[in-house]
Design a protein around this ligand. Structure first.
Ligand SMILES: [Zn+2]
Length: 348
């Protein structure tokens, strides 16, 4: 069968293997036929050789962590043949730490977790894969064209879950949300804000392309100004750019009792000036919380599946700006600049 693989740590080692072995039985009881995988920045970093780890004893890693497939067989009866299914990316560490032991592998304390297509587990960019029932998430059949958005949605479902848990420290009636960055994570974070009945503002530097209309058709407001120029103080900020200036600006911009969730991963190495005393004073006097959020556990994947099923399917579909057949796999990993989400299509 076909598999898109890399040699981790070796830049530009991406290739399509035509004779990749069928998934091993010990990968899980549920056998799945791939429908599609989504492509994201992590894949680009792995292809560039900056990141990624092959399974133990192997020198190539199958890419793909944003999965979507159809069940071929499930002897456990958890799912039925033909059901849409997505595989959870992260598996708990083998120790396990207290968080992994409690099913909170997104909060793993020792870093020994594994991740499909990223760290020590084969990815989903292959014709068939297997998954254990506890890492399989069934999807509404209507999500067939867009179900590969579940992984990025799980990331924002966790972010919102933690925002709301932090918010429960006091009476809280949020009204406005600022999302910085209108990539897939930002747009899905905005969707979950709209689903909560909040007034959502999305800030991005792109004045053209599909982003302004995608934000407006969601019922949110699109801004291309700087964060400092916004004329409101958001109750919630979901920062999705990882750009150092934007990160600092949103920390200052959040309103009284405001909560700032950082989801963007910065590359580091860039120094900007900061009045740490003034920043500290603002955070203290406004009861602000700034926190980081990464990955998701099973509960978040299930919340994400509900959120996607409730969303406008045409809007979700419009987040997918290119569908590339596996035969042209390299095109899927080549950024055009105007893409939002590119998908590698195993059915074309
Ligand atoms: Zn752990």
């Amino acid at each position: 069968m076909r598999a898109v693989t890399v040699a981790p740590g070796v830049s530009d080692s991406l290739r399509l293997d035509e004779d990749w072995p069928e998934p091993a039985a010990d990968e899980g009881a549920i056998l799945v036929q791939a429908v599609a995988v989504g492509v994201c920045g992590t894949d680009q970093e792995i292809i560039a050789g900056e990141y990624g780890e092959a399974p133990p004893g192997q020198d190539r890693l199958v890419l793909g962590h944003e999965s979507l497939g159809r069940v071929l067989e499930d002897p456990t009866g958890t799912l039925k043949p033909g059901d849409l299914v997505v595989g959870i990316v992260r598996h708990p560490d083998p120790v396990p730490c207290v968080n992994c032991a409690a099913g909170e592998w997104d909060m793993c304390r020792n870093g020994r977790y594994t991740e499909h297509g990223i760290k020590g587990l084969p990815g989903f960019a292959r014709d068939r894969w297997r998954v254990q029932p506890r890492f399989a998430v069934g999807l509404d059949p209507a999500l067939a064209p867009v179900g590969m958005l579940l992984e990025p949605t799980s990331v924002v479902a966790k972010a919102w879950d933690h925002i709301e848990r932090i918010a429960s420290r006091a009476v809280w009636q949020p009204q406005s949300v600022l999302v910085t960055g209108a990539g897939p994570i930002g747009l899905l974070a905005a969707l979950l804000g709209i689903q909560r009945g909040l007034s959502v503002h999305v800030l991005d530097r792109n004045k053209t392309g599909p982003k302004p209309e995608l934000v407006r058709s969601l019922g949110a407001t699109y801004h291309t100004s700087t964060v400092a120029e916004l004329d409101f103080a958001p109750d919630v900020v979901v920062e999705c750019t990882g750009a150092p200036v934007v990160v600092l600006d949103v920390m200052s911009k959040a309103g009284t009792n405001g909560i700032v969730c950082l989801t963007g991963v910065s590359s580091g190495g860039r120094t900007i000036e900061l009045d740490a005393g003034a920043m500290n004073r603002e955070l203290v006097l406004e009861n602000n919380v700034v926190f980081g959020s990464v990955n998701a556990n099973r509960r978040h994947w299930e919340l994400a599946a509900e959120a996607l099923a409730r969303a406008d399917q045409a809007w979700l579909n419009s987040l997918i700006t290119r569908r590339v057949p596996v035969s042209s796999y390299a095109d899927a990993y080549t950024s055009t600049g105007s893409d939002i989400k590119v998908v590698l299509d195993f059915e074309q």
